[in-house]
Write a protein that binds this ligand. Structure first.
Ligand code: NAP
Length: 336
């Protein structure tokens, strides 16, 4: 099957208009079912999704090994269409602890060598540091990825959660395909300075958290409990009064969704799709059912009246709570 496509920047590849984010298949949102995860990746490829997003630190290699198995067991024609986008740079302990970042040139090459092995591929399609390493100038990190491009191990360079100054410095060093950043109806800070900078430089966005980790999917209930190893157990937006407030926004959105005969998640994804041809939402589906719902967003057209109704229901900055806990917010160059 084919679905709509979009370009990753003026220099990057053409990809499906929706990408599949595989992080939740490796424990970030509690337990995931391995067989269902692989079936979801296969279903995505069959539906025409060509972009798979991962990080070498998702489950400390688990996610790359999972994707490798899914690609190995997919029909050859689908496997050949798949593009894998990999984030690197986060140190983790055997207990899963987050221990900081390292994007020095020597580390970049080591991370890449291990990712190529785990993925079982001879090149990575898009390679990006997950966060700005405060100890390493972005020029050095991007320069090291450029060398991997020259050697054929990497095809395109991406960035993640960096601000306008860093984007400019990176783009002055080498061609950048896309910035990966959280962007959603209730996460709109990129609109201030980052999106205009990207558009000036011809760099696209792969948007994550378009459902705010499921919060605005319409499937979260007020009393929902999350296991301690689930990101959402610690996310400010999922706590107490913040959650109650945020779910009132979802109910306002639900009225609009019902009038259009679609789901809340589909409205939220379609809204991100409507923000520009240079934006590719990554959906974090880990079951075929959720994937099917997400793909349905590609058929949702939002006209000016719909967009105005959505803006009135969920104004920018309407969410209660930051998108990360304070220690993680402090790592975001994009929020400085
Ligand atoms: N660059 C970065 O810093 C960064 C950070 C985070 C993520 N990412 C990437 O972006 C991808 C997407 O991010 P995300 O997983 O946080 O985003 P998301 O799509 O906002 O949230 C995904 C969660 O929403 C819930 N959900 C409910 N209905 C859904 C539907 N129809 N389709 C998909 N999910 C639905 C699922 O939870 P249940 O399964 O529990 O229902 C799922 O785990 C990740 O997989 C990862 O590759 C990048």
């Amino acid at each position: 099957m084919t679905i709509q496509t979009r370009n990753l920047g003026t220099t990057g590849p053409q990809v499906s208009a929706l990408g599949l984010g595989c992080m939740g298949m490796s424990g970030m949102y509690g337990e995931a079912d391995r067989a269902e995860s692989i079936a979801t990746i296969h279903a995505a490829l069959e539906a025409g999704v060509t972009l798979l997003d991962t990080g070498d630190f998702y489950g400390m290699g688990h996610n790359e090994l999972l994707i490798s198995e899914a690609l190995r067991t997919a029909p050859a024609a689908l496997r050949e269409n798949a593009l894998v986008s990999v984030k690197f740079g986060a140190h983790r302990g055997p207990d899963g602890a987050w221990l900081g970042y390292d994007t020095r040139p020597s580390a970049v090459k080591t991370w890449a060598a291990y990712s190529l092995q785990r993925l079982g591929v001879d090149h990575i399609d898009v390679y990006r540091p997950a966060r700005l390493d405060p100890n390493v100038p972005i020029e050095e990190t991007v320069g090291a990825i450029s060398e991997l491009v020259e050697q054929g191990y990497v095809r395109h360079i991406g960035l993640s959660e960096v601000g306008a100054d860093t984007i400019r410095r990176a783009a002055a060093t080498a061609p950048i395909a896309d910035l990966q950043i959280e962007y959603a109806l209730i996460s709109r800070s990129p609109e201030r300075e980052i999106l205009p900078t990207l558009r000036e430089l011809g760099i696209s966005v792969t948007a994550y958290g378009v459902l705010s980790r499921g919060l605005i999917s319409g499937h979260v209930t007020p009393g929902q409990q999350y296991a301690q190893n689930d990101f959402r157990a610690h996310s400010p937006r999922f706590q107490g009064e913040n959650l109650q407030h945020n779910l009132t926004l979802v109910e306002s959105l639900r009225k609009i969704a019902e009038q259009k005969g679609v789901s809340v998640a589909q409205i939220a994804i379609a809204w991100v799709l409507s923000r520009g041809e240079d934006i590719v939402p990554l959906v974090g589906a880990r079951t075929r059912e959720r994937l099917g719902e997400a793909l349905g967003a590609l058929d949702v057209t939002l006209d000016a009246d719909d967009l105005a109704a959505i803006e009135a229901a969920v104004p920018a900055d309407a969410a209660a709570g930051e998108r990360y806990a304070p220690a993680q917010m402090a790592m975001l160059d994009s929020e400085r």
